[in-house]
Design a protein around this ligand. Structure first.
Ligand SMILES: Nc1ncnc2c1ncn2[C@@H]1O[C@H](COP(=O)(O)OP(=O)(O)O)[C@@H](O)[C@H]1O
Ligand SMILES: [Mg+2]
Length: 405
């Protein structure tokens, strides 16, 4: 039992035909009849050999001799119909029997079965086979077109999703711009309002010649109040400039030898006025020093302290300066206030992100602080349980990583 007797070199797009006949001369004759450009003929001398070939190729048509020893053409056709891979393969029986013989094959009903009677009429054979090869070519073309259409469709879906994402981002940006404008105006309005009121009160007194009002103490208090309002406006503008620098990758630091404990005490002293009666305790291990941009680190601490004061519900705030176990310097600000819910703990470090009830502010403090700390090769961590205070921990390597370039 030998499989394919013909030398078969199928081209990639050739339509494959299968001829099964136990007699070599029949195989040759039929092959010669159906052979043409774009068609590749495989032959098998038995049903078993044919099943082998069916596993290897995708055929457009099988021409089966009905009378064969061992496995008849009908039996082979049953097997072909029974396998899902080949169930739809068109089958043409070749028989010398009387007309109607093929009707005894049960699979005849499904329409993909035809019969050729011996002696074969070359013309009829060729045109019948051509119908099937054309059918096969067309359905293959359709399948390819379907695949192409599906791919194009998938690409389109992808583009659509991208478009949607861009549109969402744009809308978010527009919304943020509007919110930002109203937020900034509001933030500037407050200190400006206080200064404007102060200014007109002073002007009125001066206009009335009420110079007695301007005692040294009052002048000092006025100057202090003015300084506070100016500081808050300057802070706001600086925060916006820093944010813009960060967002454009233009943040730079100027590290120099710095004692972290000293720096913490200075910042705490500067902010003491803000704290009023709220206890602020600074505990610093001696000699926690490194190479840092003192102004930036001071700003980080000032941000953390301002937050601790704002959210600390009037309870004591503690600042700690020490060495962490891994050799990094550690600066921690601990309050006993409302804390930060787990769901907010990542978000509040993003630009313009604020908690639910956060009072005034642009939501830039933690964003800027984190970037300042990152620029030093350090990290900022938050430990908090809602309702039980928050501890912001800054960890700094003793010197910042070398900047490329
Ligand atoms: N110590 C803290 N306790 C509770 N919540 C805090 C604390 N620090 C920061 N937050 C939350 O993080 C948000 C972002 O803080 P921040 O970036 O400093 O912006 P802002 O102070 O302008 O709101 C705050 O609005 C607040 O909800
Ligand atoms: Mg803040």
């Amino acid at each position: 039992m030998t499989a394919s007797a013909m030398p078969v070199m199928p081209g990639a797009d050739d339509v494959q035909l299968l001829i099964v006949d136990d007699l070599a001369e029949n195989r040759l004759a039929l092959s010669a009849l159906v052979q043409e450009e774009g068609v590749c003929v495989h032959t098998a001398a038995s049903g078993e050999a044919a099943l082998d070939l069916l596993l290897q190729h995708e055929f457009a048509l099988a021409l089966l001799d009905v009378q064969m020893p061992e496995m008849s053409g009908f039996e082979l056709a049953e097997l072909i119909r029974g396998s899902s891979r080949t169930a739809h393969l068109p089958i043409v029986f070749v028989t010398a029997s009387d007309r109607g013989a093929a009707c005894s094959f049960r699979g005849y009903d499904n329409g993909a079965v035809d019969v050729l009677y011996k002696p074969l009429d070359p013309q009829a054979v060729r045109s019948k086979v051509r119908v099937f090869t054309e059918l096969h070519r067309n359905s293959r073309l359709l399948r390819r077109q379907l695949v192409a259409v599906e791919a194009a469709h998938a690409r389109q879906e992808l583009l659509l999703a991208e478009l949607q994402a861009t549109q969402d981002a744009l809308q978010r940006a527009l919304r943020m711009r509007d919110e930002f404008m109203s937020l900034v105006s509001h933030e500037l309005r407050t200190p400006l309002g206080v200064m404007t009121l102060d200014h007109s009160a002073r002007r009125d007194r001066l206009a009335r010649g009420d110079l007695a009002h301007f005692t040294p103490e009052r002048l000092q208090a006025m100057a202090a109040r003015d300084a506070r309002q100016l500081r808050s406006m300057t802070r706001l503008i600086d925060d916006m400039l820093d944010t813009s620098r960060i967002q454009h990758g233009r943040l730079s630091i100027a590290p120099r030898p710095t004692d972290l404990g000293e720096l913490a005490r200075h910042v705490a002293d500067d902010l003491a006025g803000l704290f009023g009666t709220v206890p602020l305790d600074v505990q610093a291990t001696d000699g926690v020093a490194g190479c840092w941009d003192d102004a930036r680190i001071a700003q980080v601490l000032a941000n953390l302290l301002a937050n601790a004061l704002r959210h600390g519900q009037g309870r004591p705030v503690a600042v700690q300066v020490s060495w962490a176990a891994d050799g990094r310097a550690r600066l921690a600000v601990q309050d006993q206030g409302e804390g930060v819910p787990a769901a907010d703990q990542q978000r509040i470090f993003e630009a313009f992100e604020r908690g639910a009830a956060s009072g005034p502010g642009l939501g830039l403090g933690l964003f800027i602080s984190r970037h300042f700390v990152h620029a030093h090769g350090g990290e900022i961590r938050l430990h908090s349980t809602a309702g039980q205070g928050a501890c912001f921990e800054v960890l700094l390597p003793t010197s910042p990583p070398a900047v490329a370039g």
